[in-house]
Write a protein that binds this ligand. Structure first.
Ligand SMILES: Cc1cc2nc3c(=O)[nH]c(=O)nc-3n(C[C@H](O)[C@H](O)[C@H](O)COP(=O)(O)OP(=O)(O)OC[C@H]3O[C@@H](n4cnc5c(N)ncnc54)[C@H](O)[C@@H]3O)c2cc1C
Length: 276
């Protein structure tokens, strides 16, 4: 098989460094937060681009979020993604993972044919790691989760996935959904060609809209009753700010665990920690 149709799912999240804080109702104050590409999705993006560059094909990035989420799609384009779709609709506000996965599934169906769908392992805001597996279920696809490396041979994806206490090798014939672990290769630098393409597109609104398409629930044929608060059975009962975590850290290196434990005990650091 040559020329894979690849989809990568990416999400914009609040930049953890921006200390946005919470609204009085306990939700994240997203308006004050700086925004960034979900760090886990950088690995999914790398996997998608590696597949394209090594085995041939095209990459489509899909995101669901408010209009500023177009920023991460442009970033993906600068890295070498071919086209992008942003699902943006006010009726999606307050969607839980069930509603999010439903809306994204409808968007994938709208976008069309695919061989491999890459997702990040999880996000740094919702942090549920549910969206990838839910998408696979809805699309009726086999899924390879916690994938930390893969190759494509004889039309099959051969992947090494992390399991408790070791690794598992699996081989799956596409179409398949793969969630990429953060031990996969880091995202490479933006390509000169990609960055130049984005610069040009930003000066030509019409051309940009052809490459980065914004769609709503009606476009993708999603039932609004299954989205947003109405379609979300999860109730967040309470959220609480736990304050700043932090403290000093000492690194110990040694030839054996026993040696390092002795070193830590002898340093008195443990007593100091227990006294707090
Ligand atoms: C009751 C409730 C209310 C919520 N209300 C809101 C709200 O009002 N506004 C809001 O922004 N969030 C809200 N959320 C959070 C929102 O539901 C989740 O962020 C969303 O479902 C994705 O789940 P996750 O972040 O845990 O993703 P994970 O399952 O951890 O993500 C795994 C992977 O799935 C893909 N993925 C996940 N989300 C997206 C996306 N949006 N676009 C593209 N790919 C994606 C990525 O590849 C990602 O790495 C709410 C959650 C709950 C439970």
């Amino acid at each position: 098989m040559s020329g894979y149709k690849i989809i990568v799912m990416i999400k914009q999240v609040p930049d953890q460094g921006s200390k946005a804080g919470l609204n009085p109702d306990g939700t994240i104050d997203r308006a004050r937060a700086k925004r960034m590409l979900n760090p886990f999705d950088r690995f999914a993006l790398q996997a998608a681009l590696h597949t394209k560059n090594t085995y041939g094909g095209t990459v489509t990035a899909i995101s669901m979020g408010p209009p500023p989420a177009v920023e991460i799609l442009l970033e993906a384009l600068a890295h070498g993604v071919d086209q992008a779709f942003l699902l943006s609709d006010r009726r999606l506000a307050a969607s839980d993972t069930l509603a999010t996965a439903y809306a994204l599934y409808k968007t994938i169906e709208y976008v069309g044919d695919y061989d491999i769908i890459y997702c990040g392992l999880q996000t740094t805001d919702g942090d549920t790691a549910q969206v990838g597996p839910q998408l696979a279920e809805r699309l009726g696809l086999p899924q390879i989760t916690y994938c930390e490396d893969f190759s494509v041979k004889n039309g099959k994806v051969r992947a090494r996935r992390i399991i408790e206490g070791g690794h598992q090798e699996v081989e799956v014939k596409p179409p398949v959904l793969v969630t990429i672990a953060n031990s996969y290769h880091p995202l490479e630098y933006k390509s000169f060609r990609g960055a130049w393409r984005v610069q040009r597109l930003q000066r030509d609104k019409e051309a940009l809209e052809k490459i980065v398409k914004t769609v709503n629930l009606d476009d993708v044929g999603a039932d609004p009753e299954r989205c947003g608060l109405k379609g979300s059975p999860t109730i967040v009962a309470k959220t609480e700010k736990v304050g700043e975590l932090g403290g000093s850290c000492t690194m110990h290196e040694g030839e054996s665990t026993e040696h390092m434990v002795k070193e830590v005990v002898a340093s008195g650091a443990l007593n100091e920690f227990l006294a707090h």
